[in-house]
Design a protein around this ligand. Sequence first.
Ligand SMILES: Nc1nc2c(ncn2[C@@H]2O[C@H](COP(=O)(O)OP(=O)(O)OP(=O)(O)O)[C@@H](O)[C@H]2O)c(=O)[nH]1
Length: 522
Amino acid sequence: MIKKLLPALNLRFLILLLAFSAAMSTLVGSFYSTYQVQKEQLTTYTLNSNLAYAQKLASATDNFLKAALQQLAYSAKVIEQSASDSKLLSKEVIRLNHQTDSFNSVVINVHGVIAATSPLLEKIIGKAINSPGAIEALKEKRPLISEPYMSAAGNLIVFISHPLFDKEANYIGYVGGSLYLKEKNILNELLEQHYYKGGSYLYVVSSSKRILYHPEPTRIGNVVNSNSVIDDVVSGGQGKSLVVNSVGKPMIAGYAPVALSGWGIVAQRPLKTTLSSLDILTIEVVKRTIPMALITFIFIGLFAHFIARPLKRLADNADTLDDPQSLEKLKAVKSWYFESHRLKLAMLKGVNILQMQIGQLRHDAQTDPLTETHNRRSLNGLLNQLIFKQTTFAILEIDIDFFKRVNDTFGHDKGDEALVYLTNIIKKLSRKDDIVARIGGEEFVLVLPNEDSQSAFKIAERLRTTVESSKIDTIGYITISIGIATWPDHSNDIDQVYKCADKALYHAKEHGRNQSVVADLL
Ligand SMILES: Nc1nc2c(ncn2[C@@H]2O[C@H](COP(=O)(O)OP(=O)(O)OP(=O)(O)O)[C@@H](O)[C@H]2O)c(=O)[nH]1
């Protein structure tokens, strides 16, 4: 299994993999952390701006309500001058109505009966009023902003009133006005100045968590429970928070209370919208990063190639160190950095030693140790090469005569010296392309390429006579017998040629030794 995997996992691939994963994790990591930091900043910024906006609107609403109460207080003073004067009452409520343009105005006497209205509604003048706001105002006898309530005509109303007292400080009723929350009024106008972009909106709740203002009119009048922001703002708290709105959307909310009425103003923006610009920014950054990343990867690829190349070449050569050309191939490897250079030097050293040893072994395997001539195996190889090249040749099979006697008389060492001595004579008389081999104890072969029987015989005779006439210091004179055969004249089969030479040599021995004999043609 591992062996199967190994070829794919080359160094270049591993460097690429490492560089790619490092670059990718750095990129993804930096994108992620940048995104997170910016998301945090954007969220915090939106939280803060929503809080600031809610505070601003809460204060504006507070001022609006304060102004409304002050206007009522002024009217109350005017009315208190002459509460029984119905003309004055009418005049003042009309003036009040026109002054504020925020709500209608009405004067109620101590019995809860309507004394004057603006706009003028004659049919209700003199009638008792029993709306929750009116009842509350009569009961409280103080400047009051009522809880919102639903009127008989189905309007959501907040009733703002100021009590009336006579000169003796007896309570004589109140002057007040209704603010119709679902209709266009100054409160709506104030709130609608809000910039509703990207899903941002704000809403106002009463102290009883009823929605007084909402950009979606159907929500007005609804009571909102289980909302931490509303719970906090109606308790007078202000702050900022991530909340989920009534339709399950995460929102970034800022909220502040309206001190005078106990209402709460919540400004919020969908988290998704807030972050969408960040998503676009991130995609843009990724897009712009891609070309640079590609260039980097190409650069890494090239670099990986240059790092891996010398090691790959060295590894390729490692399999064929016994190849005679491996030394040259190794030298050609451009080992441009420290480790590859060290490796190359070590391999060169190894190859040198290996090839020297191989050379020595080859030499040993092919050479006769005593005479340093070819042995039989080497001779066969060389003859096969000649045959392969169709080079004709003659074989001289040379055998020392009565060599046993030499050994017996002078000892084996002297016999060895005689063998070396004979070798030197053979070598001296042979030409560059001739092959000298020792194939047995005192048996030699001299191969003469491109020689026929005749010229081979002449050379054999020259050799024989030279030996015959050369005195070896330690043992005196020796003679040799030579059998001669040629390839392919005697046979195409090299074994048969040997046999012919053998026969000729045997013939020489049989007929008095110290002679050269050419084998008969078969
Ligand atoms: N000194 C020495 N003697 C060897 C070596 N190899 C073989 N001999 C000897 O060579 C001799 C060969 O003897 P024989 O085969 O009887 O032949 P010969 O005495 O030369 O007689 P003929 O060949 O018939 O003339 C033997 O005594 C071997 O011991 C060697 O390496 N060194």
